[in-house]
Write a protein that binds this ligand. Structure first.
Ligand SMILES: Nc1nc2c(ncn2[C@@H]2O[C@H](COP(=O)(O)OP(=O)(O)OP(=O)(O)O)[C@@H](O)[C@H]2O)c(=O)[nH]1
Ligand SMILES: [Mg+2]
Ligand SMILES: [Zn+2]
Length: 315
């Protein structure tokens, strides 16, 4: 008889499974091979996965992964031809970014949104550490806030030193499973410590603020705020590449481009040099963000260069 449970922690080789019946947590491993859309995965099972398992001695053997309602997946940072699952079956994502300490990487938000868009996972973009902002930083925030609220994302500014911020976030996460993600050092674990002080998670040392330092959180883990509210802490993201995608995948997952693209002359318009392109028209008229467009161009160039390089080195 197989038991059922949910993955609450993934360390690469071992997985914590919380049993559905009794709520106990047991450590498990995977048997067999699992793929995702024909692509290899560095971690076949992710936090949030619902699994069936058997028990052999002290250890659980994961035999089956139940169908996912959604998942967030990235290209593996170490193995280019592998995918890495960040989490599965989430209700929403909290993308934590900073303007300073560490500096926001150009294009990072748009790259992140490429991972949540295929399943329409709602994203709240939290601009953290606003206690450190000067006037200029505030202007950057206001600018970015407009860019992302215009296309339907919830944008807030917050600080982990401010109780009102924490209360706002508490109401955002209530009764949901939330993925907490972002670059290293932005305050993901600090947020979770504020929500669940008893956890006392390790956070980055002040001297390490450059963002180039070590990642403090190294594994994804789900924590329970209460019985119906769960949050998933994840390791900081350094870079996001999308060489497993095609240009049209990118075009379709820039949500406002997709919306207006039905007015492009060509059905497969890449919005670059094609005539009568509704996206370029939208930029001229001001209803599509130039910043989003610049980041889009950068992404599709990257993909094309990569694919070209792979073709000519494949013999
Ligand atoms: N001034 C200020 N510092 C903050 C704020 N939030 C977090 N910090 C500090 O930023 C540093 C990094 O925070 P962490 O919570 O470790 O960041 P993280 O996103 O979990 O980092 P990784 O686990 O490496 O991905 C810590 O020293 C925190 O105390 C904030 O709102 N304001
Ligand atoms: Mg952390
Ligand atoms: Zn177009």
């Amino acid at each position: 008889m197989l038991k059922t449970g949910i993955i609450t922690k993934s360390t690469g080789k071992y997985y914590d499974i919380r049993d559905k019946e009794n709520g106990d947590t047991i450590s498990g491993i995977i048997r067999g091979k699992f793929k995702l859309n024909g692509l290899k995965l560095t971690n076949p099972v992710a936090v949030g996965d619902k699994v069936q398992y058997s028990i052999e001695g002290q250890i659980a053997i994961i035999e089956k992964i139940e169908n996912r309602t959604n998942y967030v997946v990235r290209q593996s940072p170490r193995k280019k031809h592998f995918l890495h699952l960040i989490a599965s079956n989430v209700d929403q994502a909290l993308l934590i970014v900073t303007i300073v300490e560490p500096k926001l990487k150009q294009g990072f938000i748009d790259r992140f949104l490429l991972m949540t868009e295929p399943y329409n996972i709602p994203v709240h973009i939290l601009f953290n550490k606003c206690d450190l902002w000067n006037e200029e930083d505030n202007e950057v925030f206001e600018y970015l806030k407009d860019v992302y609220t215009d296309i339907g994302y919830n944008v807030i500014k917050c600080s982990m030193t401010d109780q009102t911020s924490i209360d706002d976030i508490k109401s955002i996460i209530a009764n949901k499973i939330s993925l907490i993600s972002g670059q290293s050092g932005v305050g993901k674990s600090s947020l979770i410590n504020n929500l669940l002080p008893q956890l006392n998670l390790k956070t980055q040392h002040l001297s390490n603020f450059s963002g180039k330092g070590q990642h403090t959180t190294t594994f994804a883990e789900m924590f329970d705020v209460n019985e119906v509210t769960h949050i998933i802490d994840t390791p900081g993201i350094k870079t996001l590449s999308f060489n497993h995608l095609e240009v049209m995948d990118i075009a379709h997952n820039f949500r406002e481009f997709f919306k207006y693209s039905e007015d492009c002359r060509f059905g497969d318009c890449s919005h670059r040099n094609e005539p009568s392109c509704a996206i370029k028209e939208g930029i001229e008229k001001g209803y599509i963000s130039e910043l989003r467009y610049a980041n889009y161009l950068q992404l599709i160039d990257e993909i094309e260069n990569q694919n070209y390089w792979e073709r000519i080195t494949e013999y």
